[in-house]
Design a protein around this ligand. Structure first.
Ligand SMILES: C[S@@+](CC[C@H](N)C(=O)[O-])C[C@H]1O[C@@H](n2cnc3c(N)ncnc32)[C@H](O)[C@@H]1O
Length: 416
């Protein structure tokens, strides 16, 4: 078997040497996407680059004595995977996929974990944040492509499901009030972030996936008196999809109040989609706490005093932030990207000490990530990534329903 990291480095080196015109920034994305799906349908991979990768892999395989027999199979025969050892990659590609999907605004891959569990094969991912790209690669053995606005939709491989937790800052309550205070645009009027929904639309128009699976903050539904949501619904319906949505609180599945809007859109009048019922008592925060936590997570007495003073003043004024120690018998408040700044959303009480912040592993658990998930090395980075991410168990249950829908449809089509 060839080792993922060595193979990646070798191909990257060869390609950069012989194809200096190759999209420099995207070379890691090209190589790692090709390793997951060794075909010509990798964005920005030319036919000659593909041939080159094939011959390189064959000669590397030939060098490895025990793998000599594998050479008998031409590389394209490994349509879904090369003989790669995904050492230390916890979520390698699915071997015999039953459907394909793409992961847009991929973050650290919350959607991908759930879709792979259902037998899905990711054929394209995009995420422009370099730190999130690193975490994504560490877990899935693939570097996502960068800015989606710069990717021609024709380059994206065909797929059954399009997944996208598109950026929510322009629609989130905090984002809207901060933007109002600064007199800057929010919603679709926010040029850098607000229009990314239309990048999804241009991809859908070209690729016509069977299902769209979208996620955003709950405020999307009421934003701008419902006008933003109407635009989203009408646009999706106008391109031939049904539009179903549900606002779901994740707290029966993870110990966190996380209320989000999930949208599932089905092509060719196959809707409406039946969302799974997610109910039950909320999970207490204490169930995911680590036993031994380093003192570096304890907040300073000065910061704690500051939190208490501001809480008192803000309560009196009836506005502004409040910070309390968390009730361990209840779910935590919503984890947000800025949690690492001062931890005010969730502080864990400690005996004879000021409270402490959650550890990154605890944040991973709050979002329902498996224990094998590799967390980013820096604390602030890890907090931001989990704050931006999805609650995996909610995505998992919806993904199960979507996979069932695809299977039923397939049966119907084969009957006809
Ligand atoms: C709400 S987060 C989605 C997180 C993801 N669902 C997860 O499970 O981690 C949105 C992501 O979109 C990324 N993003 C924003 N604008 C982008 C763009 N133009 N191209 C690619 N990624 C972008 C952000 O860096 C962020 O990680």
């Amino acid at each position: 078997m060839l080792k993922y990291k060595e193979l990646k480095l070798a191909l990257e080196e060869f390609l950069l040497e012989d194809f200096p015109h190759a999209e420099g920034d995207e070379i890691e994305a090209i190589v790692t996407h090709w390793l997951q799906t060794p075909s010509k349908k990798v964005p920005f991979l030319t036919a000659s680059m593909h041939e080159y990768c094939v011959s390189r892999v064959q000669s590397l395989l030939a060098e490895s004595e025990e793998e000599r027999f594998l050479i008998k199979q031409p590389v394209p025969a490994y349509r879904f995977s090369l003989p790669i050892e995904w050492t230390n990659i916890p979520f390698p590609p699915v071997q015999h996929p039953s459907f394909t999907f793409i992961d847009l605004f991929a973050g650290i891959g919350g959607f991908r974990i759930a879709m792979q569990e259902q037998g899905g094969k990711c054929v394209f991912s995009s995420e422009w944040d370099p730190h999130a790209q690193k975490t994504y690669e560490a877990n899935f053995g693939e570097v996502p492509y960068g800015d989606i606005r710069k990717i021609n939709e024709k380059e994206i491989p065909d797929h059954d499901i399009l997944c996208a937790g598109f950026p929510c800052q322009p629609f989130s309550l905090a984002g809207v009030s901060a933007r109002n205070a600064l007199h800057t645009a929010h919603g679709f009027a926010c040029e850098t972030q607000g229009t990314l929904f239309f990048d999804i639309v241009r991809i859908v128009k070209e690729k016509r996936p069977r299902v769209l699976f979208l996620e955003n903050v709950k405020n999307l539904v009421g934003h701008d008196e419902g006008k933003t949501f109407s635009v989203i619904r009408n646009t999706i319906e106008s391109i031939g999809y049904s539009f179903s949505y549900k606002v779901i609180d994740a707290s029966p599945l993870v110990p966190q109040k996380r209320v989000r809007c999930y949208m599932v859109c089905l092509r060719d009048g196959k809707g409406p989609f039946d969302f799974p019922v997610i109910s039950g008592p909320p999970i207490p925060l204490r169930t995911i706490l680590e036993k031994e936590v380093d003192d570096s997570y304890t907040i300073s007495a000065k910061l704690w005093q500051g939190h208490k003073r501001r809480t008192k003043n803000n309560l009196a004024r009836g506005t502004g932030f409040t910070a309390f120690c968390a009730d361990l018998d209840k779910p935590a408040n919503t984890l947000v990207a800025r949690y690492g700044k001062d931890g005010k959303e969730c502080l864990i009480p400690q005996k004879s000490k000021t409270p402490r912040m959650l550890t990154p592993r605890e944040c991973a658990r709050l979002q329902g990530f498996p224990e094998s998930f590799i967390i980013a090395p820096g604390k602030t980075t890890a907090y931001r990534q989990f704050g931006n991410s999805v609650a995996v168990p909610v995505i998992r249950l919806i993904a199960e329903e979507i996979a069932t829908h695809l299977r039923q449809n397939k049966k119907e089509r084969t009957k006809k």
